[in-house]
Design a protein around this ligand. Sequence first.
Ligand code: ADP
Ligand code: MG
Length: 475
Amino acid sequence: MNDVEETLALFKINQDQLQLVKGRMRERLEEGLKSKSTSTIKMLPSFVYLTPDGTERGKYLALDLGGTNFRAMLVRFKKQRYRLYHKIYTIPLEFMQGTGEELFDHLAQCICDFLDYMGLKKARLPAGFTFSFPCEQAAIDTGTLVTWTKGFKATDCEGHDVVNMLQEAIKRRNEFDLDIVALINDAVGTMMSCAYEDPQCEIGMIAGTGTNLCYMEELKNIEKIDQRNVPTKRDEETHEAEEDKQNAGANKKKTEVNSVVSKMCINTEWGGLGDDGCLDDIITSFDVEVDKNSINQGKQRFEKLTSGMYLGEIVRRVLLDLTRRGLLFKGHVTETLKTPGIFETKYLSQIESDRLALLQVRSILQQLGLLSTCHDSIIVKAVCGAVSRRAAQLCGAGLAAVVDKIRENRKLDHLSITVGIDGALYKLHPRFSQVLKETVRDLAPQCDVTFLPSEEGSGKGAALIAAVARRKQEM
Ligand code: ADP
Ligand code: MG
């Protein structure tokens, strides 16, 4: 093995190691469901009990604060169809890392602009707020931010109710009013939006700036929630009977899953796997560096091995090391190569694309200020491949743990299930999705897993949850 291969080998994970990761994920998923759990995987109840059933009607506002920007959307449901209007707003770094009040004032300003744009400032619409950070919820319309992730660190937010903070900002602005009926994690929104198309969809997954997963768990297994406050099957049946009267003759696609309230969607926050050191055997010195230089050191270790915010930076650190050792770029360490964040994950997608000739790889590197030979570009491509492959395999191992758990929950020999999935890494990377699928197939052979990329997951999903939540309010 030459020196480059030795470095690349650090990113190789064999089947036995993947089985171990699957097992560790499984253990912490189970642990997280217990009351007073200290699991690194938080397993947050979402208070979403039902998947949509196609009877959703009306106009909703959906607000999405994810990793990179803020989206305001208007979603209108009509006879099993929907229309969506939206506008994207960037979140300047000074708001991501300033005070909470400034951040939420900025969001209120964006919403105000959107309502102006749509001519809806007087409407007081029901709104779903997709907030893709871990929140401890006690009901569908409240939630305390546990901890910021993905580059956010606005002050005075952790430990506070984020719905309340948004409402206060809207009040301070005093220009419009909103009825925020649901606080939604993006994984949950993704699952809901895909369940609207496919009733077998009971998992939502994100592979974008960060990584996360939610799934429908049996209520009886969720020890940490007060089972007395859960809607009973009878509540739902009464409600559906009423709705049947109202929508007599409406063409409804009902499924067994929808008519029995025995499950709740759990937001796993699986990005926290490894925060107890359980991934230290696969973590490389490059990952350690990335973690040390992040704003949440020691946290979200699984996320830092697998998601868009970090993969490019891992690659940059490997390239820097190879260059320092004289194995790349003729040993010429440039300022560019020393600049954190310069190598974005979208370059992995471009460089790994099969359609791209080596000459084009060189031209991408050149745009980054890196002068390469043909041999260099082969090495860079191999580094990108090793880092993205490991990411997809780890996500596959995690997903295998989840589908096997669901299969065992239901005492089935064989489970057929759909994963609603969103995120640029999944959708745009040339190989991530394929490796993810292969890994799940290998590690969970008794499950037949279909992947459904979500369309407008955070918007349509949030609006659907708002619709279901409002239905409950009116009962
Ligand atoms: P979010 O996760 O913030 O809601 P996305 O799903 O659009 O948003 O993911 C954006 C992230 O995905 C970026 O921060 C970047 O890390 C990564 N990314 C962007 N473009 C690509 C691409 N072409 N290939 C792989 N990853 C990408
Ligand atoms: Mg998103």
